[in-house]
Design a protein around this ligand. Structure first.
Ligand code: GLN
Length: 456
């Protein structure tokens, strides 16, 4: 069914860069055999998963949306992928993305532009736009994305699905193509909070192959989904919800603000106490993020020299081999980030940019900490607007960056956040979805999923 649906819808939506029909059918048959023989199967048995193309898969290409990695086939699965497979999941294919995760609309893929299933003339968001669109269009049950500055949460909001960015360190980054290593996390998409929680269960936990993965115990994120509280009239009684004032200021579409107010009223009806909180350093997060992410990426992407990985442009001489490989292999957004990052890290500018940005990061982390000492969760929009038209912001990088204002601070602080649908605004044939962002304390995904599950 899923393969048929992909065949029918993907020529229009273009979520997938690669679909592995043969391995899907083989794995499904193997699973059938296991079930017939009464062998034990995992909690994701037979679940069709889409995987963002910057997450390594041993039997499929992993291009990270870049020409430079066009012919790259990793020799191994990323830890998140091998864990899913151990749970019985079937990887259906690799989803489209902005090159190396740099972008907010999936228009910066070297291969194709993915459309938003709600309105094919609009972007699905990004950079994990393919993974969000695939779940939204019913092409797979759940999918994996990555979130460096919002790439799971913003496309979830644009495509009307659930998106979860785990705490930094909760999920191993082994096998995730590095963009900005201190910010990158693998995240989950699903069409419900419970699906998303089941996927998080499968991929979480310590991994000796990733030194930054946490040794914290992983709770069963799904245990609360059968909680009896749900039958109370005020199932979230006593939960303290902080609404971040700076995220509902000017610059945010009025209809988005209205949807978020609606979500807050719903939480109040469920028994939450609502507080207004202020994060004074909020607006500094965006410039700090772009300096830090670009700096880290300029260092991480130096490995693509045409010798160690991917496509090589032939040349008589070593320096021109590097130059030609990069000139032809990288798209313009990636080149812009490498230039920005190299500039920010250069000797004379280090104190003015990189160091200042790190100081802002500390401020952001502290202000979240004090807001989360007073509140169980914090609320904001996931993006300042709903999905916009394909082409609308493509040639205006600053407008594109400004759209990340709601999400980047969470990455600077390393916190978990859940985005789930909370309403619609006008546009497209059937309205455009809007997502609300719930931010939790570090390693408290459990609470976010519980609140989200009761909310939805
Ligand atoms: N849009 C942001 C950027 O381009 C975030 C991307 C991401 O989370 N991968 O850096």
């Amino acid at each position: 069914d899923y393969l048929t649906r992909i065949k029918r819808s993907d020529p229009k939506v273009k979520s997938f860069l690669y679909v592995s029909e043969e391995s899907v059918l083989r794995e499904a048959e193997e699973l059938d055999g296991k079930i017939e023989r009464n062998e034990e199967v995992g909690p994701l048995a037979g679940v069709f998963v889409g995987v963002k193309d910057n997450i390594c898969t041993a039997n499929m290409p992993s291009t990270a949306g870049s020409r430079l990695l066009e012919n790259y086939r990793p020799a191994y699965d990323a830890t998140a992928v091998s864990k899913m497979r151990e749970s019985g999941a079937i990887v259906v294919g690799k989803t489209n993305m902005d090159e190396f995760g740099m972008g907010s609309s999936t228009e910066a893929s070297a291969y194709q532009v993915t459309a938003n299933p709600w309105d094919l003339s609009r972007v699905p968001g990004g950079s994990s736009g393919g993974s969000a669109a695939a779940v939204s269009a019913g092409q797979c049950v759940v999918s994996l994305g990555s979130d460096t500055g919002g790439s799971v949460r913003q496309p979830a909001s644009f495509c009307g699905v659930v998106g979860l960015k785990p705490t930094y360190g909760r999920v191993s980054r082994y096998g995730l193509v590095a963009y900005a290593s201190s910010l990158d996390v693998i995240g989950c998409f699903g069409s419900s909070v419970s699906d998303t929680g089941i996927l998080l269960n499968a991929i979480s936990g310590h991994d000796k192959l990733d030194a930054t993965s946490s040794r914290r115990e992983v709770p069963d994120f799904t245990s609360q989904f059968i909680s009896k509280d749900i039958f109370d009239s005020k199932p979230l009684k006593g939960l303290r919800v902080g609404v971040i004032r700076e995220t509902l200021d000017e610059g945010v579409d009025a209809e988005i603000v209205m949807s978020i107010h609606g979500a807050v009223s719903h939480l109040e009806e469920l028994g939450c106490t609502i507080n207004e909180v202020s994060l004074p350093s909020f607006s500094l997060g965006l410039p700090a993020y772009y300096i830090l992410a670009s700096s880290e990426s300029s260092s991480n992407l130096s490995r693509y020299d045409g010798v160690r990985y991917g496509n090589q442009c032939e040349s008589e001489e070593l320096n021109s081999l590097y130059e030609n490989t990069r000139a032809h292999g990288f798209g313009s957004e990636v080149k812009r980030r490498i230039l920005m990052g190299t500039y920010a890290l250069s000797a004379g500018y280090y104190d003015a940019y990189y160091k200042r940005a790190q100081q802002v990061r500390t401020l952001v982390r502290k202000s979240f900490k004090s807001a989360l000492d007073e509140n169980d969760i914090l609320i904001s929009p996931a993006a300042p607007s709903a999905a916009y038209k394909i082409g609308e912001k493509k040639d205006d990088p600053l407008a594109m960056y400004a759209g990340d204002i709601m999400t980047v601070n969470v990455n600077l602080a390393g916190l978990p956040a859940l985005v789930l649908p909370c309403g619609f605004v006008e546009g497209g044939p059937a309205g455009l979805p809007v997502g609300v962002q719930m931010i939790g304390a570090a390693f408290d995904e459990e609470k976010l999923l519980k609140v989200g599950h009761i909310f939805e």
